[in-house]
Design a protein around this ligand. Sequence first.
Ligand SMILES: Nc1ncnc2c1ncn2[C@@H]1O[C@H](COP(=O)(O)OP(=O)(O)OP(=O)(O)O)[C@@H](O)[C@H]1O
Length: 309
Amino acid sequence: MTPSVTACISTEGLTKQFPRVTALENLTVTTEAGVTGLVGANGAGKSTLIKILLGLQPATSGRAHVLGMDTATQGVDIRRVVGYMPEHDCLPPDVSATEFVVHMAQMSGLPRTAARERAADTLRHVGLYEERYRPIGGYSTGMRQRVKLAQALVHDPRLVFLDEPTNGLDPQGRDEMLALIRRIGADFGISVLVTSHLLGELERVCDHVIVIDSGRLLRSSSIGEFTQATQAIAVEVEDGLQSLAERLTAAGEAVAVQGRLLTVQVPAHDEAGRTYDAVRDAVCDLNLNLVRLEQRRGHIEDVFKEPAA
Ligand SMILES: Nc1ncnc2c1ncn2[C@@H]1O[C@H](COP(=O)(O)OP(=O)(O)OP(=O)(O)O)[C@@H](O)[C@H]1O
């Protein structure tokens, strides 16, 4: 099959078999330009997929293309236009961020002067300023992650692979890194494939999300489809959730108690809002204090609660 012209990444029946484990199993998936999240628990196969896409590891069977190039035969060409931020730290402690990123820029073919300029720009973009002249050995985890990100961007790639970029960061560092990833996609026009085992955080920055579990595809959808409003209402009251549930059940509504919330299913064609009226009337009749009444929204983690397709 010829890869789609607009596809960033496409795989067809991709399988990677290690002696004791199948890391990827018959994975067929396509991504377009933009920020794509690759989500899965530890060991799901995310890093293995990235290494195959970079042409660093061969697949056992199946095929993969990156920006139209075949990963089995064009790894060098792919790595010329794709940046890679590895999961694990591989930074030399005795050199400064500037020296390291200039070196990486020269490795990718830039002359020394251009490499120095690009490195300075890129380090500024990722938020490293005066610290960039100090040896990396004294950096915090957040600063080290930024150096890894800078070296992935310094050769002006069309696409970057970011493997667990928020690993080891505190909540503020995590927010800053996520904002940076959004900017890479939105302001610099570089497509991004970003992995995480934390499902919630990718909802904030991605256009599209791929969920894998034990090397198998669970779902690949736009973020809008993951988080779209569902046909259910969530209700929270101060006291009396059980009596509210009983009253609505008696009135013919489909309800379920989930902790402090009551979810009420809305029939597909309830244009008149009859279910909302029923909830309002029941709350009123029982004289309950309403805390929340809202349409439920899905989350990426809901995929893991759905039965496998
Ligand atoms: N070189 C290898 N040899 C043997 N098994 C491997 C190798 N690389 C990965 N694996 C196994 O393949 C599976 C997928 O690993 P992979 O690193 O791709 O997962 P991951 O989703 O990136 O998780 P993590 O974030 O923990 O690295 C795991 O069971 C892992 O132990």
